[in-house]
Design a protein around this ligand. Structure first.
Ligand code: ATP
Ligand code: MG
Length: 547
């Protein structure tokens, strides 16, 4: 992240004014799901900003909320961040580790008259909130400090049911910012905390806990997404009114939204739990583990994040840009191999049945040093069903009755008899090769089409899955009334090709290795199911950057 952005401008200001000498950021994921590509933007901003200024970035599990955190998620989050290439060193923390100190700071606020115990029910609380023209009403605001302190202790000791009391900050009931209308700081919850067990039955609200956690860790710049902008006055209030060792500055940036997908853990969990996808790491998921399994590389993802930039205005980024980034990278790096998705047989009648001939095929036309490999040719071949048309449309330059086509890196063949199955489908196509036209034989023969092929004797069976976008609708954040994401699932997001064939050299390829299947797309051998090659991205780039 060498380029400058408005966050760096703010930090430069703070350095110039002497407010800070160093830069210390944090990435605070809530361990209630897997990281998605939206988090990558935050990661790049948090870790990248620290890197740029030679500073530090902490990893803090935001487990302030006692519900549903899980070590499965904690481990996955760490793995994903490392995979992207970021490291927090020994600065790994849990928000809940600060519960004791946070509680003490709340006691201090009560003693100073800056907080009080309120006994409005949640319904009353809403009713008393007021509106733009009417201030909130808070009947317990002037409760004496000793009484509030006593109630707060008894809240902690488990004397009261959930919802009976809350601790509220005494700020401004008439504020135009509702977050400042005496916000709740603590509430009673009888839920076991994944790390604290049943030690606590009062839990701080995020708006109170987060600034304290930042300050206790010496964070200088607390970078977060735009939905916290209206919470910044409260963040600053907490920092100013609590006895904390540093004064972090909150700066907000726009969340990343991408077309044809959802970037919210809640929705992503829904997809997993309803079985729409087969797990958080389903290759169609925008999670980091899903993208990794799909065959995306950290380089491609970071390239994407770099291109979208850091802005202060929310926007929707076309998923085509992400696909473009991975395609560009794989175009340079991925070795070329031959695969046939939907095979039909071609019998080359004038080629001896017991002969194998080898043709050298380039491993990567973009990289002459990648060399060639020998691909076996025999009398019986597989070609892709798409490359043959019995009744060809205009300008069809592939195989058609009576026509000629170049077999890639090999002979020109002429289509002969077409043998059918009883159901009318094509059983096999007979052809004659022009045996003068193999590689290396200079020829001025002109043939318009070139198709790929595999020897039926040597090809290896596999299953291929053509992955595509999960949703048909671009803006999944703004669905019409009454519709849910279930209404926009792309029925073709994972098209199975159970009869696919691959060239023999792929037999020893490893899960996670990525190839270009020539004329088809980029594919990777699935890390969970090594009998499957999944499509990373198609070859065709439909993405047009907006002018
Ligand atoms: P979700 O809505 O997916 O649950 P979240 O904000 O609750 O997202 P956290 O685990 O709390 O998820 O996020 C950790 C950090 O990542 C936060 O600082 C948050 O602002 C940031 N973040 C989350 N989603 C995005 C996004 N789409 N774009 C940019 N930053 C994001
Ligand atoms: Mg969150």
């Amino acid at each position: 992240m060498a380029e400058s952005n408005f966050i760096h401008d703010f930090i430069d200001e703070d350095i110039a004014s002497g407010k800070t000498k160093t830069v210390h950021t944090r990435f605070p994921p809530e361990p209630n799901g897997y990281l998605h590509i939206g988090h990558c933007k935050a990661l790049v901003i948090d870790f990248g900003t620290a890197q740029k200024y030679g500073g530090l970035c902490n990893l803090r599990m935001d487990d302030t909320n006692p519900a549903k955190e899980d070590t499965e998620f904690v481990d996955a989050i760490k793995e994903d961040i490392h995979w992207l290439g970021f490291d927090w060193g020994d600065r790994f923390y849990y928000g809940s580790d600060y519960f004791a100190r946070t509680y003490e700071l709340a006691e201090d606020l009560i003693k100073k008259g800056d907080a009080y115990v309120c006994e409005l029910s949640p319904e009353e609380f809403k009713e008393y909130r007021g509106d733009l023209t009417h201030p909130a009403v808070s009947p317990w605001r002037d409760r004496p400090a000793e009484e509030s302190l006593d109630l707060f202790h008894r809240m902690r000791d488990g004397e009261f049911p959930e919802g009976k009391y809350t601790l509220r900050a005494k700020i401004d009931l008439a504020s135009g910012n509702f977050n400042m209308r005496d916000p709740v700081l603590y509430r009673i919850r009888y839920i076991e905390h994944h790390r604290q067990g049943t030690k606590w039955c009062v839990f701080p609200m995020y708006d109170f806990a987060h600034p304290i956690q930042d300050a206790l860790e010496g964070i200088t710049h607390s970078l977060c997404s735009l939905e916290y902008e209206d919470h910044r006055p409260l963040y600053n209030w907490v920092i100013e009114h609590c006895d904390v060792p540093s004064k972090p500055r909150q700066i907000e940036f726009a969340r990343l939204n991408i077309t044809n997908t959802v970037l919210s853990k809640r929705y992503l969990r829904g997809l997993v739990e309803t079985g729409v996808v087969d797990g958080w790491d389903d290759p169609r998921m925008p999670t980091l583990c899903g993208l990794r399994r799909r065959g995306y590389t950290p380089e491609a993802i970071l390239d994407f994040i770099g291109r979208i930039g850091v802005s202060k205005a929310n926007s929707m980024v076309n998923i085509g840009l992400l696909e473009h980034c991975v395609r560009s990278e794989l175009n340079l790096k991925a070795p070329r191999r031959i695969a046939v998705m939907n095979p039909i047989k071609v019998v080359v009648d004038n080629f001896p049945a017991d002969k194998t001939e080898y043709f050298p095929v380039p491993n990567n036309p973009n990289d002459p040093e990648a060399g060639t490999r020998d691909v076996p040719f025999t009398r019986e071949l597989w070609i892709d069903a798409d490359d043959f048309a019995e009744v060809p449309p205009p300008k069809f330059f592939r195989l058609k009755p009576g026509g000629e086509v170049r077999l890639m890196s090999s002979y020109i063949i002429r289509c002969g008899e077409i043998v059918k199955n009883p159901d009318g489908t094509v059983k096999e196509i007979h052809a004659t090769a022009d045996l003068e036209t193999g590689t290396g034989v200079p020829t001025d023969r002109k043939v318009k089409g070139t198709i790929h092929w595999l020897s039926a004797d040597y090809a290896v069976d596999t299953e291929a899955i053509l992955y595509d976008r999960l949703f048909t609708e671009e803006n999944m954040n703004d669905l019409p009334e009454g519709k849910t994401y279930q209404d926009y699932l792309n029925p073709d997001s994972a098209v199975r090709m159970p009869n696919a064939k691959i060239e023999p050299s792929l037999k020893d390829s490893k899960p996670g290795e990525t190839f270009q299947f020539v004329r088809i797309g980029y594919f990777t051998r699935d890390t969970k199911n090594s009998g499957v090659f999944g499509r990373v991205v198609s070859l065709k780039d439909n993405y047009k950057p907006e002018a």
